[in-house]
Design a protein. Structure first.
Length: 201
């Protein structure tokens, strides 16, 4: 009787017995490889989703700066910025494609972060609003978002129900946590939004 590394015990001296258990070993090995690949693929996809969320979190800064440039009638600067950013984006795409999806989305996140500085640079001269001032203005909202994200992520381990029920409860909890914290700390953007709603009523 011989015990192989995969934990199957059998008689390898007998031809039929050995052949049968060899097939079992191969089958079990392939199953474990497949399960490992599925788990690794799922973890990688989740990581890619988190990275893309981080990348798209910079979009409000992009849009605000570009709209401000257009508002003062400098569409020429807008065009130049778009050419610069598209060139950098294509270069990142070409490089990232050589290493797979995970590296590709990671490069995109880095590029999106760098592009916030590219978009904000002209507004220091046009509006007197530097990128450092912009980041200081959004830091309170960003801190609340990170705190709300951590709380909602932790809730998935304690909330009852299936995935859809948990998702609905997490969305509601996230809104309450963020709104409550914003009201408690009197975040300027939140109070401004509330003021707009009250004036419309």
């Amino acid at each position: 009787m011989v015990k192989n590394p995969l934990g199957i015990t059998g008689c390898v001296t007998d031809t039929a017995c050995g052949t049968y258990h060899a097939q079992e070993v191969i089958s079990l090995g392939l199953q474990r490889v497949h399960i490992g690949a599925v788990v690794n693929n799922g973890v990688e996809q989740e990581a890619q989703t988190w990275i893309m969320c981080i990348a798209y979190s910079f979009w409000p800064i992009h849009i605000t700066n570009l709209q401000a440039i257009n508002a003062v009638g400098r569409s020429d600067i807008f065009l130049k910025l778009e050419v610069i950013k598209k060139t950098i984006g294509i270069l990142g795409l070409v490089i990232g494609a050589q290493f797979g999806p995970f590296i590709l989305v990671s490069i995109k996140a880095v590029i999106d972060f760098l592009c916030t500085f590219i978009n904000a640079w002209p507004n220091k001269k046009l509006l007197g609003y530097s990128i450092s001032s912009q980041w200081m203005d959004i830091m309170p909202s960003m801190a609340l978002s990170v705190g709300m994200c951590a709380a909602v992520y932790a809730l998935q381990f304690v909330l009852p129900g299936g995935p859809w029920m948990k998702l609905i409860l997490q969305i509601g909890a996230g809104a309450l946590i963020y709104g409550g914290a914003a009201a408690l700390f009197r975040v300027e953007s939140f109070t401004y939004l509330l003021g707009m709603v009250k004036r419309r009523k």
